[in-house]
Write a protein that binds this ligand. Sequence first.
Ligand SMILES: [Zn+2]
Length: 460
Amino acid sequence: MASLQNLVAPHSKHRVSYFYSEEVGNFHYGEYHPMKPHRLTLTTDLVLRYDLHKKLDMFEPRKATEEEMLQFHASDYIGFLKRVTPENADQFANVFQQFNLGGDSPIFEGMFDFCKYYTGASLEAARKLLSGGADIAINWSGGLHHAKKWEASGFCYVNDIVLAILQLLRYHPRVLYIDIDVHHGDGVQEAFYLTDRVMTVSFHKYGNDFFPGTGSSLEAGKGLGQYYSLNIPLKDGIDDPAYLNLFKTIIGETIEKFKPSAIVLQCGADSLGLDRLGVFNLSISAHGECVKFVKSFQLPLLLLGGGGYTIRNVSRCWTYETSIAVDVTLDNQIPEDSLYYNYFGPDHTLHPKISGRRDNLNTRQQLEKIKVKALEHLKNLIHAPSVQMQEIPPDIQGFLDAHQHQQADEMDDIHPDLQKHLRPRLSLLPQHGLSDCLDSGDELTFSESEDQCAKKPKKT
Ligand SMILES: [Zn+2]
């Protein structure tokens, strides 16, 4: 695995496209909700202040259409998302449970537009890779990996990742999906659970009813997809060396065995230390090292966002990862002309110390066992599946049907199984204390020295 990487010379110049709508940062999940789309405004402001836009092509994507969303999602679910608003929500109360709305995934003003923006950006990014117009395409507003075909989940309504991968599958025989969010990438795994053309690999916290409750190493795919789902379940507090050792060993081996022709990397930043909802201990530098490692294989690469709830660190992380994409070394001092400079105090650095604050509950023996198990799993990928490239129907069902028509009966057996066993309904929201810390008017942060709330005034 390391040998494969050694064969690949460091790439000095990548063509990078960055997709961003100004509007996407202006939506609000609600005053007490930890998901803050404003983090996207912070990120792009930092990207601009560091002059990274001069090294990449920046695009304002168009919004996704309903028709595009229906390539994965059920029509009654999308119809519901389209019609429901905070004002008329009462009329739809009878289907809230069916579509898993409310609680984690609230109905807020402009919700469907928000979905159109982040989904449109992922679709445009995938198409830019397909057209050969970029080697790396970035959409930090995307990566909403929990959304399911029939329902919302964990702050996610429309699964832009599944839709982007479906685009890539039109021309790419095999797509590798990697997820470094602290939560299991359940929505993407479930969508491609039956196929060998998409391999999903997720590194996440697992156990003690941590959301979404799925992602054990026993979930490995079914039918043609058997062994094409790989889960790396971890405990609280994993640190940089342990995480990078696992990541590089497992991803290196996965790429060698699966031989993807394109990679989608979900860069959820809630795996960073001090994340409000996360439980890992990673530094921004180690998180970025995962991007660097994946990029070193020089395959068309789609970089997406995801979770991330201590928003000053989310924007630091995704800015740093943008700099990795364009091969630029950034000054550790946050540019003083940043519109949100005060968010980054007191140190005003890109790489504050955010790791090492949580005990690492992963023992050396457990980690070794996880690695050995993953490598055993990968031995089952005897050879990269070859596909006859034919015109692929543009929706998930058409794709799966064309790909696995011989397994149509089995599909009927598997879907209820996926629903029952892979989908407990847990909550991503913390069970205590958030409302004490949140206030609608101010940007809110936890102090870095202790998990206490601290208000930081906006500069603008
Ligand atoms: Zn997450």
